[in-house]
Design a protein around this ligand. Structure first.
Ligand code: ZN
Length: 140
């Protein structure tokens, strides 16, 4: 089969494979869009390269997979049975980085909302309502 993808299309595809624009992220984005809230995606130049940035509400939304971001106490964040020390260090580093980024963003005056994949799966409507309410509480 001939390669019909442009370089850009291919890099978009690879980007998604690496975890950009995941299904939970798309769900949150589409809800924000329907709620009339405008945002930018994957803004570089801010700590943590946030997934969703609502400039007008000075709010940042991170959509976190429970495993990679080590959701505390969550069954989806359970460590694999092999290479335990590798995984526990790697995932602890991720969680530590998330914490540092959130602190840095708050210092810069951003309101930071973290959305966990498990909660979004369990009760999407309630979780999405929580996000929108939290954003709207930030004055424009
Ligand atoms: Zn979780």
């Amino acid at each position: 089969m001939p390669d019909v993808m442009s370089k850009e299309q291919r890099s978009n595809l690879m980007g998604r494979v690496r975890g950009r624009d995941t299904a939970p992220e798309r769900l949150v984005r589409s809800l924000l869009h329907r709620a009339g809230l405008r945002f930018r995606k994957n803004v570089t130049g801010l700590p943590g390269r946030p997934d969703i940035v609502l400039t007008r509400h000075r709010t940042i939304v991170f959509v976190h997979g429970c495993f990679w971001h080590r959701h505390s106490g969550c069954t989806l964040a359970k460590l694999p049975g092999t290479n335990v020390s590798f995984w526990s260090k790697k995932l602890a580093d991720n969680a530590e980085r998330d914490k540092r980024n959130a602190i840095a963003l708050r210092r810069l005056g951003w309101h930071v909302i973290t959305v966990w994949d498990c909660r979004l799966r369990r009760s999407p409507q309630a979780e999405l309502r929580r996000i929108v309410n939290s954003i709207r509480r930030q004055a424009e």
